[in-house]
Each structure stands twice: as C-alpha cells, then as structure tokens.
Design a protein around this ligand. Structure first.
Ligand code: KIV
Length: 283
C-alpha cells in the first residue's frame, strides 16, 4: 500500500482488487507497534497470542478482555499508520450477540480500527451484528486456537475433502455476513487457494501457503523471542541471542567495575562536597 495515509479497511479490500499483497504482523505494546509501523506493515494485529508469547500462559484460553484492552490501548498510543486489529479473546463474543457488540465496542473505544474473531458459519449472526453496529470484522478460520481442546490440538486443518468443504463454507458465510477480510490459519494450501479465488474479500494466511492475498506472523516468532514457535513461523532475527549477549556484557562490566564509566555519571556543584562534609562533621 503506497500511500502514507492511515490504512483503512477499504484499503485492505482494495489491495486484493489491485493484486497487492497485504502484510500483517502482531504487536502488543507501544514500542513494538512503532517499530513495525515504521517497517511499513499494512495491518497490526493485537493478537490474543499475547497471552502465550508475552504473559507465558499455557494457551489463549486464559486471555481476558481486560488484558486485550490494555494491549490495544498501548498499540493505539503509537498512532500507527497501519490498520489496528484487536483480537476478541475467548468468551468475549460466544455467549451472546449483546456481549459481543459490547466487547467489540470497547476494542474500538481503546483505539482498534477493527476486531478479529475466531469461527465460521456459527458466528455469522455475530459478524452481522458487529458490522451493523459499525465495527469492521476480520474472520479467522482453519485452525482456530481458541477451540484447540475441541479440535484435539493444533492440527493442520482441511486435510480431507469434507473438512476442506466446511472451511470454504465458513469463509463464504463470513464474507456474506460482512467480514472485510479473513485470516486462514494452518490450513492445507489448496484450500486456502480455493478460498482466495472464490472470495472478493482478502485472505490473510498464517501457515496456509503462498496462494493468499496476504500473510500474518506473530512478531515474537519472527524475531526469535518465542520459546516454542509453530513449524510455519520463519525466524528473521535471533533477538533472544542478541538480548542474552547484551545482558551478559552488562553483567560482566558491572562485576568488573567497568560500568558505569566516566561520562555516564554526574557530581555535585563545585565546593558543595566540602560544605556537605563540614555539615556532617558539625552534627
Ligand atoms: O493471536 C494471534 O496472533 C493470531 C494470529 C496467529 C493470526 O490470531
């Protein structure tokens, strides 16, 4: 997306029409949002993956609405040009349409430009209600990590024709309900390709091959900060190694008395030390 103006959901849809690839990455805080925005991504996903990669939770099931709102607000404070998508956490949209609208509204109030929710046909009514309210929705199908217990783990989706047909129907139902884009996670590439060809809204893939309108990665996987990244995540940088080396050097310098060095500490005004010593003696 060439323009330097704020990216809108319409720009994301137009990118597909123009044949331009869409780049999305996660960010969960102010400094990383600034950095990924400076790198020129089109969309920033404040994903519920924050629970695992930042908070050390076992899965995304423990992520709460309050956690997500804090992270969305931190990202929004960076005022990114990229579209900010707030991820709806587990149990923030499933129980009732009212609750879904209420919670998605909070995401926008905190600075998100759109929300993302996991699920297909079964959430058509929720997607319709949100878009009717003026809240842009990004769908998320294929592997839906919030349902990993039901799915029996984090398995590749769409391996059989039956499973593939169901995922394609999910995608079509989300488009019909008003979603402006759809994330397809860890799904057979043939299925992601078929969906991309059949839909007029863009597909943004993660672990589902190259035949999509865009790609998304978790920032901590991309920069080497995740302890157990998924098999489809490419590590572009070993930040963990860089941090370890920097902190080891700092620790060595402190222990050897080399840090802080001259120029990195400051003293009292001239004559004040003598006065202080006199004052201490007098007492
Ligand atoms: O939470 C997240 O980071 C996501 C991506 C894996 C798409 O949903």
């Amino acid at each position: 997306m060439a323009s330097r103006e704020k990216v809108t959901v319409r720009d994301i849809v137009r990118a597909k029409q123009r044949g331009e690839k869409i780049v999305m990455v996660t960010a969960y805080d102010y400094p990383s949002a600034r950095i990924v925005d400076e790198a020129g991504v089109d969309a920033i996903l404040v994903g519920d993956s924050v629970g695992m990669v930042v908070h050390g939770l076992e899965s995304t099931l423990q992520v709460t609405m309050d956690m997500m709102l804090l992270h969305v607000a931190a990202v929004a404070r960076a005022k990114p040009r990229a579209l900010v998508v707030g991820d709806m956490p587990f149990m923030s949209y499933e129980a009732s349409i009212n609750e879904a609208v209420h919670n998605a509204g909070k995401m926008l109030a905190m600075g998100a430009d759109a929300v993302k929710l996991e699920g297909g046909q079964e959430y058509s009514d929720v997607v319709k209600a949100l878009t009717r309210t003026g809240i842009p929705v990004m769908g998320h199908i294929g592997l839906t990590p919030q349902k990993h217990k039901l799915l029996g783990g984090y398995r590749l989706a769409g391996k059989t024709a039956e499973e593939a047909k169901k995922i394609i129907q999910d995608a079509e139902a989300l488009e019909e309900a008003g979603a402006f884009a759809i994330v397809i996670e860890f799904t057979a590439h043939e299925v992601a390709r078929k969906i991309t060809q059949r839909l007029s809204i863009p597909t943004i893939c993660i672990g589902s091959g190259p035949y999509c309108d865009g790609q998304v990665l978790v920032l901590h996987d991309l920069i080497g900060l995740s302890l157990s990244p998924p098999p489809f995540a490419k590590k572009y940088l070993d930040t963990a190694k860089m941090i370890r080396e920097a902190v080891t050097r700092y620790a060595n310098e402190v222990r050897q008395g080399a840090f802080p060095s001259a120029g990195m500490y400051w003293g009292m005004k001239k004559g004040e030390l003598d006065r202080l010593e006199q004052m201490l003696e007098e007492k």
